[in-house]
Design a protein around this ligand. Structure first.
Ligand SMILES: NC(=O)c1ccc[n+]([C@@H]2O[C@H](COP(=O)([O-])OP(=O)(O)OC[C@H]3O[C@@H](n4cnc5c(N)ncnc54)[C@H](OP(=O)(O)O)[C@@H]3O)[C@@H](O)[C@H]2O)c1
Length: 186
């Protein structure tokens, strides 16, 4: 059975974008990027809210020539190889391969997907991941905390969800970013 993982890069005050909708402060350096690549390499399917998809679809067409950084080329390859399911009531068609649009986020369908998948699944952005957490579907939460406080914006974690967590791993990076890997207790 596959795990459903919510992974986010957030400010120390736990926002994934600030009040202006910016998240340039979250851009990973090469050390964090290489770690992200290793975490995502085994992922078989990405579940995306439409907003997150519209940010991530950049990876479908990014240049991957030898003049590009190795971490960039690596991530583009990982992203393109994975299946994507995009949740949207407004978007008509995807603009990447291996991608389909779903009009509704159906927890029963996600449970079946977890049961039938050999490879783990991720969910993002924060809005869709919050729905998955509220439905009890998320098995692990990976937070990359960036050493910045932005004072408001879109929260990484949903309101009204209560969960007991178990710290499974942690890692600190030279930039001051900390990665926390938590398991959600059933
Ligand atoms: N911190 C970082 O490193 C980082 C990295 C990348 C991106 N970001 C930013 O973080 C933000 C994440 O945005 P978000 O959490 O607000 O958005 P999100 O969850 O990615 O997308 C929200 C959209 O998903 C669709 N959706 C959600 N629930 C649905 C459901 N039950 N059924 C059908 N469709 C559903 C809706 O699309 P429709 O409106 O089309 O119906 C909704 O407007 C984005 O601005 C992204 O650019 C941050």
């Amino acid at each position: 059975m596959a795990k459903l993982i919510y992974s986010a890069i957030a400010s120390l005050d736990e926002y994934v974008e600030d009040k202006e909708g910016k998240f340039d402060w979250a851009a990973p350096d090469d050390e964090v990027f290489a770690f992200v690549n290793d975490l995502e390499r085994p992922i078989g399917t990405y579940l995306y809210g439409r907003r997150m998809y519209e940010t991530m679809v950049f990876w479908e067409t990014v240049r991957t020539g030898d003049d590009q950084p190795a971490v960039t080329r690596d991530y583009a390859q990982i992203w393109r190889a994975a299946e994507k399911i995009v949740y949207s009531r407004t978007r008509q068609a995807p603009s990447s391969e291996r991608t389909r649009i779903e009009r509704d986020f159906d927890p029963a369908a996600i449970r079946r997907l977890k049961e039938s998948s050999a490879r783990d699944i991720t969910v993002g952005g924060a809005g869709l991941a919050g729905e998955a957490m509220a439905a009890g579907l998320v098995d692990e939460c990976h937070l990359f905390l960036v050493p910045v406080i932005v004072g408001g914006g879109k929260r990484a974690l949903p309101d009204e969800v209560h969960a007991q967590l178990e710290l499974l791993d942690e890692r600190r990076f030279r930039s001051g970013v900390v990665h926390l890997r938590y398991g959600l207790r059933a």
